[in-house]
Design a protein around this ligand. Structure first.
Ligand SMILES: [Zn+2]
Length: 271
């Protein structure tokens, strides 16, 4: 096992997040931001990863796969992993019932199977949250791992079912399932920092990249075998100057001895 494992993950929302996840998101200008990610950001990221020999994990909504098949095929052809991110990018907690959530997850599985010829093993929920049904649906549909929750920082762990969060009783943690969680953090996601939507964005870019490096360095010193997950979006990270900062981050991290860049699927396999 390496001293440090780095997983670069790309949430390839295309236009699906604008249609399904944001109020008034499906305006022409917002949709064009998604199209920038498809037409410009994704190819730039693929070039960057190729130059540095880095294998990454792309979470692709079925909507993106079916709307922009050539763009998604380029990701697969370049040797990156493609995993599940919903069909429609609907926040799981907003489905009216388990049946409609199940139907969307199934449709997303079919879209990825059609493109890659194999069933996805991992799930990342749209907007990084679960409904009360999501965990049991993932088990029912044969997923092995998830990457949407935040119960650890640099260690995979097992998700629990049957927990109880009552307002008038102590919290009950429930029982471990077989589903492996490879945790994310809003602190290692480009969207909250940089995606201006009239409420957020415009973080100090240098400070954000410095923070990402500092988090890696802390993990390297303190967590033997730690797993560092960074999430980027082609429509956010695909901008000129940010690509250079990302490249510099990759180069700096790669210089640390015994550090490797791998997919989340292989992290789950080892766990
Ligand atoms: Zn997303």
């Amino acid at each position: 096992m390496s001293r440090a494992t780095v997983c670069l993950t790309v949430d390839f929302d295309g236009v699906s997040s604008w249609i399904h996840s944001f109020d008034e998101g499906d305006s022409p200008t917002n949709l064009s931001r998604g199209l920038f990610g498809v037409d410009v950001g994704a190819p730039r990221l693929l070039d960057l990863f190729d130059e540095h020999g880095v294998t990454t994990t792309w979470f692709v909504p079925g909507h993106t796969a079916e709307s922009f098949p050539e763009a998604v095929e380029s990701v697969w052809a370049a040797g990156h992993d493609i995993q599940h991110h919903g069909w429609s990018h609907t926040r799981p907690g907003t489905y009216p019932d388990a049946a409609s959530e199940r139907a969307d997850i199934r449709r997303g599985i079919e879209a990825i199977e059609a493109l890659t010829g194999r069933r996805p093993t991992g799930y990342r929920s749209p907007s990084w949250d679960f409904s009360e049904h999501t965990l049991s649906l993932l088990q029912e549909l044969g997923f092995e791992w998830d990457s949407s929750q935040m119960g650890r920082e640099f260690r995979p762990y097992r998700l629990r079912e049957g927990w109880k969060a009552s307002p008038d009783a102590p919290f009950e943690r429930g029982e471990e399932t077989a589903l492996v969680e490879i945790p994310v953090s809003w602190q290692r996601d480009d969207f909250p920092a940089f995606a201006f939507d009239r409420r957020r964005g415009f973080a100090d870019e240098r400070a954000v990249f410095d923070m990402w490096l500092a988090q890696f360095e802390w993990m390297y010193r303190n967590v033997d075998g730690g797993v560092y997950v960074l999430t980027v979006h082609p429509q956010i990270m695909g901008y000129s100057h940010r690509l250079e900062r990302l490249e510099s981050l990759i180069e700096t991290v790669a210089e640390y001895p015994d550090t490797e860049f791998v997919t989340l699927d292989s992290v789950s396999d080892r766990f």
